[in-house]
Design a protein. Structure first.
Length: 606
C-alpha cells in the first residue's frame, strides 16, 4: 500500500513575499474573533432560527412516505423550541449533500470524460478491462444526475433515526445540554435499540440487494446478512454506532457555523463602533480576508506509487521503474510462494472456476514506446512538468504547487496505519500519536490509565467505525482541529473531526463502490457553489472597505449634510456586516482535504 500526498497553495503572492504584515496581523485578529470553546455547545433555537427557516425541512419530511406516528414525532422535534435538536442538522446534511438535486453535469463523471476524449479507434491498448468497456453501460435511472439517496432510502434513514432517538420519548420534552448521540449506551440499551432497528436494517439490505445485478460479488452476501438474524443483529449494532457518529458530527458542524457567524457579526459591529478611536482593525481584517488570506489543498491518494505515476505522467517508457515492473512480470514465477501454502491466488481462483483475465497490454506497450496524450493524466502531467515549485528567491511564481521529491518510508504496511499519518502528520506512537499499529502489534490486553486500548493486529468489520475513537484516545489531532479557526472542507477523508463541512468518507466509499464518482461530484458541486459565494463575499467586503473614508471622516455639527451621509453609510455598513458574517460560513474553504481511495480500493478487487 502506498499513499501519495500533495499539498497545494493557491496564494502565489504569499510565496513571493517572505513577510506579509497584513497576513500576520490578520491571523492575530482572527484568533481574537473566534472562541472555539463554545462551538461544541448545543445551539439556542433563536440563534439558529434564520438558518432553520431556510432549510425547509418540514417540506422535505412531508414529501416522504412515513408512517403517521413517525411523521408526528419527527415534525415535533423539528418544531421544538429552546435548544436545537440533533435531527435538524442530520436531515439538513441528508437533504443538502446526499440527495441528488440535478446540479450535477453529465460530463463530470469519469466514464463520460473518457468517452469524450478518446474513442475505440484510439491507439491505447488495454483500455478495456473489468471496469471499463466501450459498450455504453446501462445506467440506473435512480442513480442519474451523479448520485444518490432517493426518497425510499431517505425514508429508511428517518425511520432509523426515529428508532434510535425518538421512540419511547416525549417529543415535547426539553433538551439537555448534552447531545443524545454522545451518550454511552449500556449493553441492555443497545440490545433494545438493535431489536427496534433490525427490521429497518433488513429493509435497507434487501433494497440494496435489489439494486445489485445478478452475479454481483456482494449481492449474495447482502441477501445472506438480511436473512440471518445473528448477522443482521451485528450489522444493526454497527449501524447504530455509525449513526451516532454521523449525527454528532453534523451537529458539531451546524453549531460551529452558527456560533462562528454570531461571533464574527458581533466582532465586526463592535469594531465599527470603535472606529472613532481610529484603531483600524476592521479595515485590516477586511483587507486580509479579501487579498491576503491563504488557501491550501491537501490531497491524499491511496494506492498510487509516486515513481509509477511520475513515469506514466511524463510518458517515458524507458523509465527505470517501468523497466523493473516489466522485468519482474517476465520473471513472476520466481516470486511464487513455496512450501505448504504454495498455491498462488491465481491458482486458487482457477480451481474455483473464476480465473481472472489479467491485462498487461498497456504497460507492455508503454515500456517499449512510451505514451503521451494531452488528455491522459492531465493533472499529473502538469504536476511533474516543472519541479521549480515557483521559487520565490528567483521571483518565479508561475506555478504555486509542485512535487516534494523526497519522502520518508518506514516498512511495508497497511492503509489503516498510513492514512491517518498522511492526513494529520501525527506519528504512530508517542505524544499526539495515531495509536494505530502495523501488522505486528498483537497486544490485545494493553490498558492505559484504566482504559482498554489493546487491539488485534488488524482491523476487521466494525473496527473501522472505531478508528475516530481509537485515534482520539491516542491523542491524535486532525489538521481540522489544529487549524480550528480556519474554514475547512473534507472530501472523503476518514479523519474529519473538527471539519466545518464534510462529505463523509464511509458514505463515499459505500455508495461510490457502485455509483462511480459519487463523492467527487458532490465535492465539486459544493466547491463550485462556495466559489460563487466567495466572489459575492469579496464584493461585499470591498463595498464595506469603500465606506471607510465616509465612516471615519470628522465633521462639525453644522455640517449636517455630511453627518446625514455618514449616518446612512453606517446603516449600509451594518447591513453589509450582517451579510458578510452569514456568507463567510458558506464561502470557499481555507483548508481542503481530498482523499481518493479508488486506486487502492479497486486494485484489491479488480
Amino acid at each position: 500500500m502506498t499513499v501519495l500526498v500533495f499539498s497545494l497553495s493557491f496564494d502565489r503572492r504569499a510565496q513571493a513575499q517572505i513577510f506579509d504584515p497584513i497576513f500576520s496581523e490578520g491571523q492575530i485578529i482572527v484568533n481574537t474573533i473566534y472562541d472555539t470553546s463554545k462551538w461544541a455547545l448545543r445551539v439556542p433555537y433563536k440563534l439558529a432560527f434564520p438558518l432553520i427557516a431556510r432549510m425547509k425541512l418540514k417540506g422535505m419530511v412531508e414529501n416522504l412516505s412515513l408512517r403517521q406516528d413517525v411523521h408526528k414525532r419527527v415534525i415535533a422535534r423539528i418544531e421544538s423550541k429552546g435548544l436545537v435538536d440533533e435531527i435538524i442538522p442530520f436531515l439538513s446534511a441528508v437533504k443538502d449533500l446526499y440527495v441528488p438535486t440535478g446540479q450535477f453535469k453529465n460530463n463530470e463523471d469519469f466514464d463520460t470524460y473518457l468517452r469524450n476524449q478518446f474513442n475505440p479507434t484510439s491507439t491505447i491498448p488495454g483500455i478495456e478491462h473489468t471496469m471499463f468497456q466501450w459498450k455504453t453501460p446501462h445506467k440506473d435511472p435512480e442513480a442519474s444526475n451523479g448520485s444518490g439517496l432517493n426518497d425510499y432510502f431517505v425514508s429508511q434513514l428517518v425511520y432509523l433515526y426515529d428508532a434510535i432517538y425518538l421512540q419511547g420519548k416525549d417529543p415535547k420534552a426539553k433538551l439537555g445540554s448534552r447531545l443524545a448521540c454522545e451518550q454511552e449506551k449500556t449493553d441492555t440499551e443497545l440490545r433494545v435499540l438493535a431489536d427496534r432497528a433490525m427490521p429497518i436494517m433488513k429493509n435497507i439490505l434487501e433494497y440494496v440487494a435489489g439494486l445489485l445485478p445478478d452475479g454481483h460479488e456482494y449481492k449474495r452476501a447482502v441477501i445472506k446478512a438480511a436473512r440471518e438474524r445473528d448477522r443482521l443483529q451485528t450489522i444493526t449494532v454497527s449501524l447504530i454506532e455509525f449513526v451516532d457518529q454521523q449525527v454528532c458530527k453534523h451537529y458539531r458542524m451546524f453549531a460551529t457555523s452558527i456560533f462562528r457567524q454570531a461571533q464574527l457579526r458581533e466582532w465586526l459591529r463592535n469594531e465599527l463602533k470603535e472606529e472613532r478611536k481610529g484603531n483600524g482593525r476592521l479595515w485590516t481584517y477586511l483587507a486580509y480576508a479579501n487579498e491576503h488570506r491563504r488557501y491550501a489543498m491537501h490531497i491524499v491518494v491511496d494506492g498510487l506509487q509516486g515513481h509509477l505515476v511520475e513515469a506514466l505522467a511524463t510518458g517515458n517508457g524507458k523509465n527505470a521503474f517501468i523497466q523493473k515492473i516489466m522485468h519482474d512480470q517476465r520473471n513472476a514465477n520466481k516470486f511464487a510462494p513455496k512450501g505448504q501454502y504454495s498455491k498462488t491466488l491465481i491458482e486458487v481462483l482457477k480451481e474455483e472456476g473464476k480465473p481472472p483475465r489479467l491485462n498487461h497490454d498497456f504497460i507492455k506497450r508503454f515500456s517499449r514506446r512510451g505514451f503521451t496524450n494531452d488528455h491522459y493524466l492531465p493533472f499529473f502531467r502538469d504536476l511533474y512538468k516543472d519541479q521549480t515549485n515557483g521559487n520565490p528567491s528567483t521571483g518565479d511564481t508561475t506555478k504555486p504547487y509542485g512535487i516534494a521529491i523526497t519522502g520518508i518510508s518506514t516498512t511495508p504496511t497497511i492503509s489503516v496505519r498510513n492514512l491517518p499519518i498522511a492526513m494529520t502528520g501525527a506519528p504512530v506512537a508517542g505524544k499526539g500519536a495515531t495509536g494505530l499499529p502495523n501488522f505486528h502489534f498483537v497486544d490485545r490486553h494493553f490498558v492505559y490509565a484504566g482504559d482498554h486500548r489493546g487491539r488485534p493486529y488488524y482491523f476487521f468489520g466494525n473496527d473501522a467505525l472505531r478508528l475516530q475513537e481509537l485515534t482520539r484516545k491516542a491523542g491524535m489531532k486532525t489538521l481540522f482541529e489544529r487549524f480550528s479557526r480556519l474554514t475547512s472542507f473534507n472530501c472523503g477523508g476518514q479523519f474529519d473531526r473538527g471539519a466545518y463541512n464534510t462529505v463523509d468518507g464511509f458514505v463515499n466509499l459505500a455508495v461510490g463502490e457502485n455509483v462511480r464518482d459519487f463523492g467527487e461530484m458532490i465535492c465539486v458541486s459544493e466547491l463550485e457553489r462556495r466559489a460563487a459565494n466567495e466572489k459575492i463575499l469579496r464584493e461585499k467586503r470591498q463595498a464595506l472597505l469603500d465606506l471607510r473614508a465616509t465612516l471615519t471622516a470628522r465633521h462639525q455639527l453644522w455640517e449636517w449634510y455630511d453627518l446625514r451621509g455618514k449616518r446612512n453609510a453606517r446603516v449600509l455598513a451594518e447591513r453589509l456586516i450582517d451579510e458578510i458574517a452569514e456568507l463567510e460560513q458558506d464561502a470557499f474553504p481555507e483548508y481542503l482535504l481530498y482523499y481518493s481511495p479508488w486506486p487502492d480500493h479497486f486494485a484489491h478487487f479488480k
